[in-house]
Design a protein around this ligand. Structure first.
Ligand SMILES: [Fe+2]
Length: 441
């Protein structure tokens, strides 16, 4: 086992927290865009060592507010976990702390129940942010969350509720959690596993939540040796996906077994008419096997799995053997038969962005140019009731030629064409994890 340096080049942290108004724009920002494009990732508050785990760095949120055809502001702010607060001499934020977590949230940033939330899995509670990305409080959904949360809740378009799967190193089960539109947990189901897996994400259909019980488990020896994230590849352990109907007890889970592999991110899933479930994923052949401080086991590729709850079987199809990760669909199509999906070259790769017709597997590419690499794409519809694909794909793009960053806005229906607009940012945005569009209304 070895480590690689995840903090060189555009992985390295930035140090200034900026507030800049009226950003320079090339092209025209659509007047319909009224909200914030938010993004978060690790940005260690102290200079990182090359052996540090990429996943555990202090969180930093970045945001651009678009309104009235203008890029009104850019801001970036540390998430004020206790380590950050102490290092920077700032007051610690209020609110409870989960055991083992200090309030550091670095993996996803969402809007829910009228608030902005920074999220992480396994350790700290969600952190409530204000509109300008300042940390308000560590907040376990007003005391309704038992245990930890996840960075990847899935919002059911039918209800607006968040479906989440959570884990903690001391548990021999995984926990299914539903957060209501009021921002309070309304349902918790513990599903026994007999081991303590890392479960980064989940997926939903119109009827069920999918539990990703893959063979990366908590490793006591690694913990005792001081690893900051002691989860390692366990290929002899079971690799399976659990299908749990939304309102069912834990006993009703149906497990479908696979050959050993690992998935951080499903693209989407839905119930098919024949009773099976279609699940598209970015699949890694292994994880935290040879490299233990970040994902570096080879390129992830896009696969389609057909799960049959009647037999517990999985049929697999390779959709694309090119390196791609951070899959997304139109958020209104989560758990539905989405027509279009979006992926990007894995971080640090000068790869194109991919727009895929999930019905035909046809692909359009967007090449951001030499030395330019995009982070995760977010689809924003023209209006709440616009057709799927009628809107824009937005992402933060790093330019290695100038070591600067832009927000690039593509017309989804002219994906390969010239961008609709490019918002020029006052500093680079380090390679990080996830972001979302949060409308102002
Ligand atoms: Fe993720």
């Amino acid at each position: 086992m070895t480590t690689v340096d995840f903090f060189h080049g555009n992985y390295a942290p930035v140090r200034e927290e900026l507030t800049v108004f009226d950003l320079d724009v090339t092209g025209t920002i659509p007047a319909e865009l009224d909200g914030r494009l938010l993004r978060i990732g690790p940005n260690p508050v102290e200079d990182p060592k090359p052996t540090d785990h990429w996943f555990t760095g202090s969180g930093m949120a970045h945001g651009v507010q678009l309104r009235d055809g203008r890029a009104q502001w850019y801001r970036n702010r540390y998430v004020n976990g206790d380590h950050v607060a102490d290092a920077l001499g700032r007051p610690r934020m209020p609110g409870p702390r989960h055991e083992g977590g200090d309030g550091n949230a670095n993996t996803n940033i969402i809007g829910h129940a009228g608030k902005t939330w920074a999220l992480v899995e396994g350790f700290s509670y969600p952190v409530e942010l204000d509109h300008e990305l300042g940390s308000v409080a560590s907040n376990n959904f007003e005391g309704t969350l038992e245990g930890t949360f996840t960075a990847h809740p899935k919002r059911d378009p039918a209800t607006g509720e968040l479906h989440a799967v959570t884990y903690y190193f001391g548990w021999d089960f995984v926990r299914y959690v539903v957060v209501g539109v009021d921002g309070r947990v309304r349902r918790t189901v513990d599903v026994p596993t007999g081991h303590s897996p890392m479960i980064h994400d989940c997926s939903i259909t119109e009827s069920s939540v999918l539990l990703l019980d893959f063979p990366v488990h908590f490793d006591l020896d690694a913990a005792m040796a001081g690893a900051s994230l002691p989860y390692l590849w366990k290929p002899d352990e079971v690799c399976r996906i659990g299908i749990l109907p939304f309102d069912a007890p834990a006993d009703d889970v149906v497990w479908c077994e696979l050959d050993p592999c690992f998935v951080f991110h499903p693209m989407n899933s839905f119930d098919r008419a024949d009773g099976t479930i279609q699940l598209d994923v970015c699949k890694h052949e292994s994880m935290f096997d040879t490299v233990t401080n970040g994902p570096a086991e080879g390129p992830p590729r896009l696969h389609r799995w057909i799960l049959d709850p009647a037999t517990g079987s999985v049929r697999e199809e390779l959709l694309d053997d090119r390196n791609q990760e951070f899959p997304r669909v139109d958020e209104r199509q989560v758990g539905r038969d989405a027509r279009y999906g979006y992926t990007v070259g894995f971080v640090g790769e000068e790869g194109p962005a991919f727009k895929r017709d999930l019905h035909t597997n046809e692909v359009e590419l967007h090449d951001f140019g030499p030395g330019r690499s995009t982070q995760e794409m977010v689809f924003v519809p023209r209006s709440e009731d616009a057709d799927e694909d009628d809107g824009w794909c937005m992402s933060y793009v790093h330019d290695a030629n100038t070591d600067t960053a832009d927000v690039v806005i593509l017309n989804a229906q002219d994906f390969s064409g010239e961008p609709q607009a490019i918002v020029h940012l006052p500093q680079r945005v380090p390679y990080g994890f996830h972001g979302n569009w949060v409308p102002n209304r």
